[in-house]
Each structure stands twice: as structure tokens, then as C-alpha cells.
Design a protein around this ligand. Structure first.
Ligand SMILES: Nc1ncnc2c1ncn2[C@@H]1O[C@H](COP(=O)(O)OP(=O)(O)OP(=O)(O)O)[C@@H](O)[C@H]1O
Length: 512
């Protein structure tokens, strides 16, 4: 046992062609510490983790484990060195079971010619039990995104590691699941295991971590003890400027007097939700809150034709809509941003330009059926600029962008068709604090131009700070509505969980 830091990064650089992802960065991880790594989207956090995890090779610099320089040539080498990496994007084998996925790394390491399935299930159950009651014989493809994220984490926990890297582990988790993960991280710390924790959520960082290192534009900025810094200071170091106003001003005029743009009447899908009524005014940002699994996404997907309705009706601008597919919805001026960026938000192999124009190629197609590449490029360049996408160029494949920048492309794709109504499911998931402010401002600008916006969010501050009104969904039904003067965290949680209001809130919350 040495006193040397368990992991040291010295002067590490990495370029992808002309893109300098990291320039001479450093990081020091002490034994048993939880060390946060912060930076804007594209700052180079995942790139560094991929080099420590053996997925990428550095161009320059050194990685030291227990004071000894090492070359991490592959993920298997990283594993042997005691490094476990939980990626930001889910990288599980979708056709295999939870147990097979969890134990795959351990099985590979042992190179056992035959697998003892009894042992595989027992090991997987032990790892899974710490986090959530997910049956280990289920196929991964049949799980929700949040459950898949938990399987990723359980997989890392089965490895006998001394350094655990968690890249935005709570982005898709419920509050309860996140709390369970935090208690596991605290337990690992007690056992002397060191954790690198990447997150855009300041509250998590300040409750869980010992120190924080900040990167900006691929460069090292500073390392601070959490006890002697503040969220504002970390954000300032990340974005290089002061953020004074987190949320844009709300509706200047009274939204209630605006014309109704979208009207949903008695909508049911026969399984996940029933009898949903909802009105959206032109110029309004309507929030939808509720627990993960309450049916929020299913309601949105049914309105947009991505799921089949069993009864009920939808009208846009006073005209009844017949929506048989998502293409019908887009045609009518209704777009939906999926919470599952990788699954249905963007085409990873296509360029940024091709993604941005994917919803309405007709608009960019000339008389002879040829795509006007120039117009496509101009549209993509202008939207990418508006959203601050950090990229080599609009011809670069979306797979080369950082996670947060991929999310911005998914948003640009929706905006490209100048919709009348935009429904966004967790729009700022994985987005850094500075870019979040820009996206919120953009949504408010669109609302001020008369667009109707629905934002589904699990982040209560986002619902409260951004929205004019919030509907809360519980167990497939609208549990209540909170107007401008009624928006606070406690009121939303009460409606989402079905807990009766405390005397302080009685008369304030409109239970439905
Ligand atoms: N395979 C690649 N090819 C080209 N450029 C890449 C590739 N991978 C990453 N980059 C670029 O390197 C930079 C750093 O990306 P990285 O994913 O490390 O950022 P990040 O800090 O993890 O961001 P986020 O918070 O959005 O996850 C970005 O500009 C990204 O576009």
C-alpha cells in the first residue's frame, strides 16, 4: 500500500482530427474519495474517462495507477488494473438477459469455457438487489431506460475495482433510485474505493463528492475541495462567466386569455393512461410533472401518433386531428422530442445536417425531387449556432458529438419544421448549466412568437422556473393542476405521490 494517489492524470491530450478534445489536462484521485468532474457539454469529460477506461488512447501524457505509469490499451486492461467504467450512454447487449449482461465482464475475465448459469443468476441477483428489484432473467431490450441504467451500474459493481467511474449515472434515474445509488457510493468510499463522478447536477455533486475538478474547452481549470467552494463558483469556472438569471421571464400577458392551440379530450390508450383532458394555449409553456412510469411519455406519444389511442380526440387550432402516424402529426405542426435520444431522437451515423432536416425533407426538395444540399446546410448551420452545438462542422456524424451536444441536435431537428406545438420529453437531460439557460430562453422566445410548448420534466426546478402552468400525472391520470402562483416543489410532489396536502397547502392545489 502506498500513499500515492490511486489515479493520476498528467498532461493528457487527445485530438479527433482537427478537434482538440483535451489539451494537457490533469486529475488526481485519492484513495476513498468521491471526485466530481464538471464541465460544459463537449468539455472533454467523457473523452478522458474513455482513455482511463482503455476505450481510447491518449496522444500525449501519462496515466499513473498507485504511482506507477500504465498503458491502458483496452477495456480488458483497465479491468485488470481495477478500473470500472459506467458509460453515459447505455452500452448493454439488448438481446441478452440482465444476468448475462451483468456477468459478461466477469465471465470474459475468467475465460470460462462453459458458463455455470446458476452462478451467473446468483451473482447478478446479488449485484442487482443492492439497486432495484429488476428480475435478472429479463431481456434487457424489455426494460425501461432507467432500469437499463441500473443494470449498467450493477454490472460495474460486480467487478473488483479500486476506481469506479460514473458518467452521468443519474440522468435517467428516479429520485429513489438515485438515492439508492448515492448510498452505494458512500459505502464504496468507506471501503476505500475511489469514485470519479461526472454530473451536471450541482446538488448531487455538493451532497456526494469530496473534491471537484473543472474542465473548460478541453483544458484543466481548477480542483477545489467541495467544503471550500460553492455551486455558483463551480458554474462560473465551467462556463467562464457569471450566470445571473437561470430562467427566462414568464409570460408577460395572461396565458389564460390566449387562444387554445391544442385540445386533448378524454384521451385513453386502453392500458397506461385514461381520460386525459388537456388544453394548451398559444404562447404558453405547460409543464407535465409526475413520477417516472406515471404515464407522462405515453400520453405525449399518443397525442403525437406514436402510440395508438383507444378513445378520445385531439384538436389543433380548433380543427379535429386525425393522426395515424407521427408523420401526420408533423404535417399538422405537432412535434415530439423523445426522452430516448439514442433510440429515437437522433440518427447517430448521419451528419448533423441530415439529422436536422430529417423531419421534413419535402421542404428542402426541389422540383426534380433533388435535395437542396445548400438549403439543408444553411438550415442546420443556423439552428446549430442558435443552440450552441460544439462540433467540427455540420457534416460531422452525430456520433462524434458529446452527449449533451447530441441532445441539442435532437432539439434542432424538432425546431426545423417551425412547429405550432412542441412536446419535449426531458429536453435538458445531460445538458450543461450554461446551455440549459440558452435552451430555456429559446423555448420562451418560441412561446412569445405564439408556439405552444409542453415540457415533460423530472426536474422540479425546471418545471417551476420555466413553465407557466404544470399538470401532474399520477398512475395514468391527471392528478392535479398548478397555476402560476401555486408552483412549488412540495405541491408537485404531493400530487405526484398522492399524499394528501398539508394544512399549508390546503386550498392551493387543484386536485382533479
Ligand atoms: N469520436 C469522435 N470524433 C470526433 N470528435 C469527437 C469524438 N468523440 C468526442 N469528440 C469531440 O471531443 C469533444 C469532447 O467530447 P466529450 O464527449 O469528451 O465531452 P463531455 O465533456 O463528455 O460532454 P457532455 O457533457 O456533453 O457529455 C467534443 O467536441 C466532441 O465533439
Amino acid at each position: 500500500m502506498t500513499d500515492a494517489p490511486v489515479l493520476q492524470i498528467r498532461n493528457l491530450s487527445k485530438a479527433f482530427g482537427p478537434v482538440k478534445a483535451l489539451s494537457g489536462v490533469q486529475l488526481e484521485l485519492r484513495r476513498g474519495e468521491v471526485h466530481a468532474l464538471c464541465g460544459e457539454n463537449g468539455a472533454g469529460k467523457s473523452t478522458l474517462m474513455n482513455m482511463i477506461g482503455g476505450v481510447l488512447q491518449p496522444d500525449e501524457g501519462e496515466i499513473l495507477i498507485d504511482g506507477q505509469p500504465v498503458t491502458v490499451t483496452s477495456p480488458a486492461t483497465a479491468q485488470k488494473l481495477g478500473i470500472a467504467l459506467v458509460h453515459q450512454e447505455i452500452a448493454l447487449c439488448q438481446d441478452a438477459t440482465v444476468a448475462e449482461n451483468i456477468c459478461m465482464a466477469a465471465i470474459n475475465a475468467r475465460r470460462a469455457p462453459l458458463m455455470n448459469y446458476g452462478e451467473v443468476y446468483a451473482q447478478a441477483e446479488k449485484a442487482m438487489k443492492q439497486l432495484a428489484p429488476i428480475p435478472v432473467r429479463t431481456k434487457v431490450a424489455d426494460l425501461s431506460i432507467s432500469s437499463q441504467q441500473l443494470v449498467e451500474i450493477a454490472k460495474a459493481l460486480t467487478l473488483d475495482c479500486k476506481v469506479l467511474i460514473l458518467d452521468e449515472p443519474t440522468a435517467a434515474l428516479t429520485e429513489t433510485e438515485a438515492q439508492r445509488l448515492f448510498s452505494i457510493v458512500r459505502d464504496l468510499k468507506v471501503r476505500g474505493i475511489s469514485v470519479i463522478y461526472i454530473s451536471h447536477r450541482m446538488a448531487e455533486i455538493f451532497s456526494l463528492c469530496d473534491r471537484v475538478t473543472v474542465f473548460r474547452d478541453g483544458r484543466y481549470v481548477a480542483t477545489e475541495a467541495i467544503a471550500s467552494t460553492s455551486p455558483d463558483d463551480v458554474v462560473r469556472k465551467m462556463v467562464g462567466r457569471e450566470i445571473t438569471q437561470l430562467y427566462p421571464d414568464k409570460l408577460a400577458s395572461d396565458a389564460a386569455s390566449g387562444r387554445t392551440l391544442l385540445s386533448v379530450n378524454d384521451l385513453s390508450d386502453g392500458s397506461r393512461f385514461a381520460n386525459v383532458d388537456l388544453d394548451l394555449k398559444a404562447g404558453e409553456i405547460l409543464g407535465i410533472g409526475g413520477l417516472i412510469g406515471a404515464g407522462r411519455s405515453e400520453i405525449a406519444q399518443t397525442i403525437c401518433g406514436l402510440r395508438q389511442a383507444s378513445s378520445g380526440s385531439v384538436a389543433l387550432d380548433g380543427k379535429p386531428l386525425t393522426i395515424r402516424s407521427y408523420a401526420d402529426a408533423v404535417q399538422a405542426g405537432l412535434v415530439y422530442l423523445s426522452e430516448d435520444r439514442k433510440g429515437s431522437g437522433v440518427f447517430l451515423d448521419l451528419s448533423i445536417a441530415a439529422n436536422v432536416s430529417a423531419l421534413d425533407l419535402g421542404k428542402l426538395t426541389g422540383r426534380f425531387g433533388l435535395l437542396d444540399r445548400r438549403a439543408e446546410a444553411d438550415q442546420a448551420a443556423s439552428l446549430a449556432k442558435r443552440l450552441g452545438v460544439r462540433m467540427a462542422g455540420i457534416d460531422a456524424p452525430v456520433s462524434t458529438l458529446s452527449g449533451g451536444n447530441q441532445q441539442k441536435v435532437a432539439i434542432a431537428k424538432q425546431l426545423s419544421v417551425s412547429p405550432k406545438v412542441i412536446i419535449m420529453d426531458e429536453p435538458t437531460r445531460g445538458i450543461d448549466v450554461g446551455a440549459k439557460v440558452e435552451i430555456h430562453r429559446l423555448l420562451r422566445d418560441l412561446a412569445n412568437q405564439g408556439v405552444g410548448i409542453i415540457v415533460i420534466s423530472s426536474e422540479l426546478p425546471e418545471l417551476i422556473g420555466l413553465c407557466d402552468r404544470v399538470l401532474v400525472v399520477r398512475e395514468g391520470a391527471i392528478a392535479g393542476e398548478l397555476g402560476a402562483g401555486q408552483l412549488d416543489e412540495e405541491a408537485i410532489i404531493m400530487l405526484a405521490s398522492g399524499v394528501q396536502p398539508t394544512p399549508a397547502h390546503q386550498g392551493q392545489v387543484n386536485h382533479v
